[in-house]
Design a protein around this ligand. Structure first.
Ligand code: TNX
Length: 770
């Protein structure tokens, strides 16, 4: 029986035809050759023999190996086999087998490890355990040469085992729902790349997605929202599609998916969010919120003040009853209880929560969060399970057996490991697959950050801040797929693949064998994504750039492509570049205002899309800038040149151009180096209240001859545009050497606004002097 998740040959042919017709060269895809394995094995040797698959291909299963291990392999062979349709036949005798599978923990000592030997007469996989045998098969799938009329595989000798025991992939099904068939298709992909944990984010503000029989309103009310925001949450005013949206997995569907995953050596960890991200549940059971409601499942993305009431015992009864139905469906040792992004505003004003703080002798609302998590942990421990929570469970103290999933940075994981708690590294900066993978303007709408393939690939989960003993508590690594901007399986696949393959290599391969160019070489030859009809993004070889300062303080644009042997051609006159344009041969000095367009070419054919960057060249370019307060977090480009480099931060706000000050003011002084005529001053201010980015309450420009005595020449208090506010002040022409820009941060986000009470970000870029 062929699994329905594999696409038909016809669809593959159509995909191949479309790829041929769109006229781009998809590097490697049309070529034959050694694909290599992703993730890179510990040891791999090849020789000159070739094993050709016979018509009656027989797979032999040694003792202890269940036939379910070969299901995917058999389906894949059937899918790609050109000349005949016979399904491989399974037996139990080595002598009668073309492919022999066996378990031998003495020969392979590492759990989940395997050896794979391709000899002229037989292929043999020896696993430490069944998982090892299974992973050997996944490697074999990736080595198959299917470009000829028969399937063949070169002679290989492989020894392989994982670096980390926990190799995870997360999927949010609350913001967007993916049907069981799609989930199974992706589970096949996880298995193919040796990821062994599927973290299933089942509940959130925008929808509750698992059937709980005791609480039928979770199905009829919480599983649906009235409508869904259109576009990015930062856009204002919010626009909606007016369409009711929802769905949930029945317990039978959940069981079926867990079984499907288990057969592929994948543990499914369910996440039931608490105490925050709970709006969908509160919509059905408003008595579980501090104010009693009414509540509605959220129709846009973000953080919401209404959370489970921590003072109400009924909340715990509800969550325990939910767990009583969840636990039998998921045999995993770990249960994820969320714990992230729980605003404390409602708890502060809630008499029940305040009484709980008093009765339990807690210091504050942070400790109340810790009490909440601890109470649920005790319950789950009594049922033989351990909890995992996002790093905010460190607030108010870690509960005894908690494993920390470190997402806001690496600090949470480091802190947990130092306290000898297990940690799983999932820092958003490196492994969030909802973030942009390309900064090209044509890139589909994504979350707020920038995590291109190379950044995911080069992430190192064990930081040198940990000593050898502490490092053992880093159990592994996971990539997260939050689905706000993944409305369809095709959109999700474009975000997940190939970045998930990079994560797989981080999780499995030895640290010393990691090599991004080597990974890309294997990726470009990689057949399975194409064969399995995965809508993988092909943008990784497109141009990336950096804007640098030359020794004489000019602006230099560096362009790169990771495609070996490719050339970059560019223009400065606004036309699209062809092979007759200028060939890029090193930094382009940008001396005048205008835009540079460029594209990658391989043997005279364009690869990917056209790159474009605009420059505004003005008097402050490359001049010394002194900042009173330093920019912070993801909005600290690490130098001041970006403020005077001629490149403006874009609406994406993730392009490394913006300087962000959380709660702090901007005070910048530009030294022009000499007295100069000045007639126009400018700055860009980014205002996205739904992204906590606020305009200043006051902006002033001042000029000075000596850097001590300043004269104010301009002030502005209104910044009406949602998005980029381009401040351009024409001033009375005068001589000055120093320009001072002051912008007063909004401070604390006011009541009634999104994330009221938090510090506002003041976002600025490019100080323009003309
Ligand atoms: C933060 S990561 C969240 C999610 C969002 C995500 C978007 C985490 C534990 N919480 O609720 O979907 O950012 O990137």
């Amino acid at each position: 029986m062929i699994s329905y998740s594999l696409p038909s040959r016809k669809r593959i042919k159509i995909v191949a035809l479309i790829l041929l017709c769109i006229g781009f060269v998809l590097p490697g895809k049309a070529q034959t050759g050694t694909q290599g394995i992703i993730p890179q094995p510990v040891k791999i040797k090849s020789d000159n023999i070739t094993y050709v698959f016979s018509r009656e291909f027989k797979i032999g299963l040694g003792p202890g190996i269940s036939a379910s291990n070969v299901t995917f392999f058999k389906d894949y062979i059937r899918l790609v086999r050109d000349i005949h349709k016979t399904t491989p036949f399974v037996n139990h005798k080595m002598a009668a087998s073309n492919l022999w599978l066996q378990i031998n923990p003495k020969r392979v000592s590492q759990p989940e490890g395997y050896t794979l030997e391709v000899k002229p007469h037989r292929i043999t996989i020896t696993g430490h355990d069944e998982a090892g045998v299974f992973y050997g098969l996944q490697s074999l799938v990736q080595l198959l040469d299917i470009n000829k009329s028969e399937i063949a595989v070169k002679g290989y000798s492989i020894t392989d085992y994982p670096r980390f025991a926990y190799r995870g992939m997360h999927l949010d099904v609350s913001r967007h729902f993916f049907d069981p068939q799609t989930i199974k298709k992706w589970i096949d992909l996880l298995a193919l790349y040796k990821i062994n944990t599927f973290h299933w984010h089942l509940t959130d503000d925008q929808g509750w997605r698992i059937e709980i029989k005791k609480y039928p309103l979770l199905q009829s009310v919480s599983a649906y929202r009235d409508e869904t925001i259109i576009g990015h949450k930062k856009d204002s005013p919010h626009r909606f599609d007016g369409k009711r949206y929802g769905g949930y997995y029945t317990q039978d569907e959940v069981k079926d998916i867990v079984k499907y995953a288990t057969q592929r050596h994948i543990t499914v960890i369910p996440e039931i969010e608490m105490p925050g991200h709970a709006l969908a549940a509160l919509a059905a059971y408003p008595q579980l919120g501090c104010t009693g409601g009414p509540y509605k499942a959220a129709t846009y993305w973000g953080i919401f003040d209404d959370v489970y009431c921590a003072g109400n015992d009924e909340t715990f009864t509800f969550l325990q009853n939910v767990m009583d139905e969840v636990l039998p469906l998921f045999p995993s040792k770990y249960i994820h209880i969320g714990g992230d992004e729980c605003p404390k505003t409602k708890w502060k004003a809630c008499p029940k929560c305040q009484k709980r703080i008093k009765d339990e002798h807690l210091k504050d609302e942070k400790e109340l969060q810790s009490y909440f998590i601890g109470r649920m942990e005790k319950y789950l421990n009594s049922k033989g399970r351990q909890i995992i929570g996002w790093d905010e469970i460190l607030e108010g103290g870690l509960t005894p057996g908690a494993t920390v999933m470190s997402w806001t940075g690496e600090e949470g994981g480091i802190a947990a490991a130092k306290q000898h708690h297990e940690a799983i590294m999932t820092p958003e900066k490196y492994v969030y697959l909802d973030y942009y993978q390309s900064l090209y303007p044509a890139e589909p709408l994504s979350g707020g950050g920038y995590t291109p393939l190379g950044k995911v690939y080069n992430y190192e989960p064990v930081t040198n801040e940990l000593n050898g003993e502490e490092a053992k508590y880093i159990k592994g690594v996971q990539a997260n797929a939050w689905s706000e901007y993944m409305a369809s399986p095709a959109q999700a696949e474009r975000q997940l693949f190939p970045r998930m393959l990079a994560l797989a290599e981080v999780a499995w391969s030895p640290k010393q064998s990691k090599n991004y160019d080597g990974f890309l070489k294997r990726l470009r030859y990689h057949q399975p994504l194409l064969n399995l009809n995965i809508n993988a993004a092909e943008v990784y070889d497109e141009i990336t750039d950096s804007v640098a300062e030359t020794a004489d303080h000019q602006v230099a644009l560096n362009l790169q492509t990771t495609l070996p042997g490719a050339k970059i051609f560019y223009t400065t006159d606004g036309t699209d570049p062809g092979v007759n344009a200028k060939e890029y041969g090193g930094p382009i000095i940008v001396a005048s205002t205008g835009s540079i367009k460029a594209a990658v070419f391989m043997k005279d054919k364009q690869v990917g899309r056209v790159y474009e960057k605009s420059f505004t060249i003005h008097q402050a370019i490359g001049k010394t800038v002194t900042l009173k307060n330093q920019p912070q977090g993801g909005y600290n480009p690490g130098n001041t040149f970006g403020l005077v480099n001629g490149v403006f931060g874009s609406k994406l706000y993730n392009d490394g151009q913006w300087y962000g000050f959380s709660g702090d003011d901007l005070e910048a002084v530009v030294d022009l180096g000499s007295m100069q005529n000045v007639s126009k001053l400018g700055i860009n201010i980014l205002k996205y209240h739904w992204q906590k980015m606020w305009e200043p309450t006051l902006l002033t420009f001042e000029v000075s001859a000596d850097g001590t005595n300043y004269t104010e020449v301009y002030r502005q208090t209104d910044f009406p545009d949602n998005g980029i506010n381009a401040v351009r002040a024409n001033i009375k022409i005068q001589q000055a050497r120093y320009i001072r820009v002051k912008a007063t941060n909004k401070g604390i986000i006011p009541p009634g606004e999104y994330i009221a009470g938090a510090k506002a970000w003041l976002m600025v870029d490019e100080i323009i002097v003309q």
